[in-house]
Design a protein around this ligand. Sequence first.
Ligand SMILES: [Ca+2]
Ligand SMILES: [Ca+2]
Ligand SMILES: [Ca+2]
Length: 208
Amino acid sequence: MPVSRFLALLAVLALSLGSVQALTWDETLDGDLSGDGDFPSLLGTLSEGSNLISGTMGSLDGTGPLDADVWNFTIAAGYYLTGINLVSYSATSGSPSNDSFMAIANGGTINMSDPSLHLSNALWGYAQDGFGNTYNDLLALLDAGPIFGGIGFDGPLPSGNYTFWIQEGSDQINYGIDFVTAPVPVPEPGSLLLLGVAGLWSLRRRRR
Ligand SMILES: [Ca+2]
Ligand SMILES: [Ca+2]
Ligand SMILES: [Ca+2]
């Protein structure tokens, strides 16, 4: 492909990406996220940058049915997931007495009874990573896991389809979790241009 066409393609790609609205799910507006690992809420493809999921889970003072939240998302080709950041975490009444549970699996479902099938799982909340309640690096906790059996992974999550599950057994927790994606670095157009020039030069030399 000529360099000029490649650059034009990049420009079109940047324009179309720039017009995409950030993906969000707010349970107060969009409804309770699924509690069924076989039928997660389908969030679609994550936007570049921030994708904020917020809601409540668990149970009010240990009574009533437990509210698990399970959602499915896709990381587009050419992107990876660089962060799962806990931006808020508080109990509806009193202080959270326990850590919460989270798990992630490859594909469209997550097994809620066999954690060995998870990509990873971990506990999260106040005490887990020392960042307090302002910035909790959930991706690092999952990367360091799994702690209940599972496959494990290293580094940013590559493009693909994933299902995420959060659960709390003793408190009703208000949470905000930001899923952050970024483009996987590609060679810069400048270096491609240089390669192109070098290629032309060697072609001319061969023709002599
Ligand atoms: Ca919920
Ligand atoms: Ca739910
Ligand atoms: Ca790891």
